[in-house]
Structure formats: structure tokens, C-alpha cells
Design a protein around this ligand. Sequence first.
Ligand code: BGC
Length: 773
Amino acid sequence: MKNYIKHDPWCIIEDGFYAEYNEITESLTSLGNGRMGQRGNFEEKFTGKTLLGNYVAGVFYPDKTRVGWWKNGYPRYFAKVLNACNWIGIDVQIDGETLDLGLCPVSEYSRVLNMKEGILERTFVASLSDGKQVRVHSQRFCSIVDDEAGAIRYAITLLNFDGKITLTPYLDGDISNKDSNYGEKFWDEIRKETAFGEAYLEMRTKDTPFKTELFNVCTGMKIDLTLNGEPVDFQSKPVKAEKFVACKVEIEAKAGEEVALYKYAVNLASLNHPTDRLLANAKAYVERIADKGFAQMKAEQIEAWAERWDKNDIVIEGDDAAQQGIRFNIFQLEQTYTGEDDRLNIGPKGFTGEKYGGSTYWDTEAYCLPFYLATADQKVARNLLIYRHKHLQKAIENAANLGFKDGAALYPMVTMTGEECHNEWEITFEEIHRNGAIAYAIYDYIRHTGDEGYLAEYGLEVLIGIARFWAQRVNWSSDKQKYVMLGVTGPNEYENNVNNNFYTNYLAVWCLRFTLEGIRSWKSEVSELLQKINFDFEVETAKWQHIIDNMHYPYDAQRQVYLQQDGFLDKELLTVDDITEHRPINQKWSWDRILRSCFIKQADVLQGLYFFEEDFDLDTIRRNFDFYEPMTVHESSLSPCVHVILAAMLGYKEKAYEMYLRTSRLDLDDYNNDTEDGLHITSMAGTWMSVIKGFAGMRIRNGVLSFAPYLPDQWQGYSFRITFKGQIIRVSVKPEAIEVENFSNLPVSFAVNENLVELEANGHRTLIITVKK
Ligand code: BGC
């Protein structure tokens, strides 16, 4: 755990240069706008520890699979989010000496990500040879208004000498992925062009035997220069090299004068533009933003972020660490996915790193969806569901590759295009619970938005594919006289190839029941669909019902807890406190030792109790929580948030708060020693859930929204806004009262501490309700 980021309600502040933590800070200060994003790298050359990262949404490469021993059913490629053209680079020379913070002593350093405004800023004084000192002040953002563009203002002041500043802003397409299976490069140059103060570089992903889409990305830039804030004449010399274009500018400056370079850049992908128009469109785009100018673009950025914060901010009073944590999580989610494009999804690292290939995981449905449901337009969550609907055929092919038939669908654990990309057998073949999360998301979407028709429109087609898979994946055990599910991996990846993972079995049955009810309710509306997919109503539903009625759930009658899997009690039952070595165990222990231990990576049985809380009484949830939580090492970022929600419900306030800090500050404090790889974007939505479903106790019961809020002792108050069935309400929890406000044009009703509250339309009427003790 690290503790060098200053606590502040709105900013991520590195005060003083922590060169050894630079890759961590680069992750923490990442920028994005849904279409493109980048790590908080330096503009100028840096020879110290760094992971240069620029990413364009939806642009990937199918890297050849690499395994020790091939197994039938493995996918041929592992898609990789592509590290793309570096558009932020500015080579800086002062009297011929390169500015490089890896070499020059630096003082008065700060790197600040202002989350309120969406702007990254750096200031420092660097010492060069002969005692020369320069001050640098840079500002940069990925525009959320012009979402294929970014802008930089890079200002240099010579502090104690007159001299020559040479600036070479460039576009560098000669980029390698950190995450690549064979160390190959994935980009070819297509064309480049330079003009006065402008440069363009178009790259295309290399040809591939896998017949996936190839992508062209055209990056363009235009520069401008000022001296002490006034426009200045300058010469721009074009520089061209392989996969590289730049404009070289020289200017003489006196001590105390500020030279500012403005760099306007765009990244246009063939995903969004006709390939033959990329260069022309990039030129027009660059022209437009350069005309707007930095000040105007920045003002628009600040205004647009203010609008976003107005919708989704969670204000926490009296606890800067907690406030910074939640805002950081919300900010990064907003930078990653805007929901405007149903071809895009949310990679576990977003635009902040390459781990996990940038692909789609069950994280989206199980963790991210609730955030977007409650803070964004309905279309955003709907697009996430449509994404999976579009992949249904591939999910059916994926299941067929594994030997399933008759329209059974197994969604991939990891995917870009709907095809499975992951090739560890225990995950690819066994971590099938992901199918259930996709079904659960449909249920969650409908209960939150009230869009019942979605089932008939798209939902049932997906659900039937999933239900057919479960019906074939279980088998009848004549020994147990029950259905069993063998050879699976549950959410707890520290167990593989187990039989009867409680969570998976329970989820499978729930899917079958939900699908069955859906078909019964919408039978006439979906009759064409049922015909199209050869649905044998009598036979298939009878089989499903039999499974629903006869599934085996491992259970310990003595402790009265569900068992994570058959045989779980054979393990030596220790608690995390018994681990004397340094953690995380996944970085210290052999895999063999991990598998034999009882230690749990992330919520597993508890994931099921969280999803299906209404099916269990509080005592059952408490017994299971008390049994499993002490064995849980929370080495998946997805773990703490589920524990906050359950702990809050059980009244375990200390535990809930401890887990809240862990989820909300996971990256800020580098709990799992892996922030340098990138941020844990998908678990950030879990942080949001921790507050809203945890401390504020938000639930949807029988179609009614309800809250049961409490105030953590460490806070003086908190407030948030929720969109529910198109209406917007605000809840403020204070020590002695809960205030609720209606921001919509219609009356709203919801429950607080089991009292029905009705608020008139159009108003900021406030009700005072006593806080639950
Ligand atoms: C977790 C998975 C998760 C993946 C991507 C893994 O460490 O165990 O549940 O889907 O990370 O976030």
C-alpha cells in the first residue's frame, strides 16, 4: 500500500516527483473521453520508468494465442487493445540540451489531475547543465465535447538565462504493445503528410490470418506558439521518419519570458469514418479545433464536466480521503464509457493500461451496469445489453465449438467481437458463470428502467440461448438424485475445476426460472422468435422445470452455510489473519498452494447472496458472511464492494467502511500492488454501488425504489442523485435527517426506511425523515 497521493476532494495530486512510482502515477492521472484515452505520460522525453499508453476505443489486434499446451476449444487469438500513435509527444531542447526528467534534477514538481474540470496539469523547475534552470507548466485534456480530439498547452520559462528553445511536437506511430504475445508490432504506416505547423500520420493494423476487422487510425496535429501570451511568428520545419512526423520550431527567449506551445490533436478511426476520408476528415477536424483555440476548448471542457458532475457526483462531507476516492472512481468511469456506441464496452483497465487485453468481461454486467442505470440516460445501459445481443450468434458458435448444440449460447469470458479470446482452460471452459451475469443484467435493466418490452424485443432471445446452455451443462447424478454441474470455476479463481460451485448452480437455476417466466409472459409477442429458433415449448420448458426443482446445492447443515463447492470443508479452514507472509498471495505463493488453500480471491457464495438477497433471510446472509469473509483476501478488485453492500446490510459498519476505503482507494493507495499496470476501471462501478447500495441501502422491491441509509461514523453527511424509471431524485443523508428532492416533471414515490415517500412534480420540495439508527 502506498500513500503519496495527497488527499483532496477534487484533485489527484502528486506533490514532488516520485520517479520510482511514475508508472503508478501515470495510471492514476489517465485521461479519456469514451473515444480515446491515454495514461498520464509526460509530453517531453523521459528515460525513467514509464509505460507510454495511448488507446483508441474499439481498435484492437488479434494477437496469436500463446499457450504451453494446446487444448481443443481454445480460441486462435487473444485480442489486444492497441497502444496507438503517441500524439502528446513534444521533444524539448534548451540550447541544444534535451529536457529529460530522467536525467535533469527537478524541483517544485507537481502533477495534478483536476477531476472537476477534466484537465491534467504539471509544473516543475528543471536544472540543466551550467546551472541553467527552466520552469515548465503543461496542461492537457482529452476533450469530452470534441471526443476525437485533445489539446495541450506546454509553456516554458527560462529562469536565469537567455537562450534558444527548440520544440519538436510530434506524432509517433512506431508503438509497441506492452501486452503482446510474441513481441510483434501491430501497426503499418499508410501515409503521412506535413504542412506548416501541421502533421498527419495514418496507420493501419497489420494484416491478420484471423479475418477480424483491420483498423485505420489517422492522427493529426496543428501547433501554435505564443510569447508572453502574445502570438509570435515562428518557422516550422517538417520532420519525417518511418512512422513518425513532426514540426520543429526554434525560438529565442529571454530570462523570465514564457514561451507556450499549443498542440491540437485528433485521432480518427475507420470505425467511425470512411477509410478513404480519414485524412481529409482529420484535417478538417484539426482545423476546427485549432480555430476554436485552447482557451475555448478548455472552457467547454470545464462546462461539460460540470454538467456530468451535476448528474453523478456523490458528495461526502467530512472525509477527504473517502470523497477523493469516490470522485476518482466516478471520473474514471465517465472517461471510459459514454454509452453512445453499442459496439463499445468497458475493458477492465479502460484507457489506462493493456492488462486483460482491453476486452469485455462479466465485469460489465455484474458491476458496471448498475452505475450507468442510475446515473445516465437509459440508452447507455441499453447499449450495453444490445452489445451482447449482437454477439449472440458468436456465443452460440462458441458453445458449439465446445460441443453444445441446438442454439445453446455460451458467452465468452473475454471478448472484443463476440468470439472467446481467453485461453486458460480453467477460465475459458469453466468460468461459465459469466453467462448468468449477462442474464442478470437483463433483469436488472428491466427492473430499474421499467422497460418491460425489452424482453420481447431482444432479451428473451439472449436468455433462451443462455438457458439452453445451462440445461445441457448440468447432468443428472443418480447417486445424488439431483442435477449437478461438474468441472467449473466460480468467481473465486483460486479454485479450479470444482464440482457444484454454489454460485454457478444457483445462478443457472435462476436463469432458467427467469427465462421460463419471461417466455410465459410474452409468449404471443415472441411466437415468431420461438419458431425461428425451433423452440420446443413442451419439451424444453419441462426439462428446465425439472432442473429448477432438482438442483443440488452444497450445504453444511452443521454451520448452516452454503458451501462454495463440493468438498470445501475438506480444506484446512484458516482465516486471512493466519497468513504470516506478505500478500497478495497471488504474487507470492505457488498456484498449487493457492488452489489447495481455503483462501478466496473474491466474493463467490457471497456474490450469489448479493445478487439474490431477497431469496435469503438476514440470518442466512450473516452466517455465510461470517464464514467466508475472514477467508477472503480480496485480491480481485471486484471483491470489496460486494462485501461493503452485505456488511452494511448486516450492520457491520466497521467492516463496511474498511472495505469501502479499500474499493474506493484501491488504485489511489495501490492496495494490490498493481496500479502501475493500469486502473481497475470495472470495479470502480462497484465503489459507486458501495455507497448507493451499501451505505444508502438502495434496493428495488416489487418495482418500488427504496433506501435504508445510514451515515458512516467517519462522515458528516453524503448526497447523491439517482435516475429511476426516467425520474431523478436526490438523497442527502445528514446526521439527524434524510432529505429527498424530486428533480423531475412527474410526481415520484419511493420508500425510505420502509415509509412510502411521495413527492410532487417539478420541485425541490424537501422532506425531513429521521435517519435510521
Ligand atoms: C477477476 C475476474 C475479472 C477479471 C477482470 C480477475 O482478476 O477474478 O472476476 O473478470 O479480473 O477484471
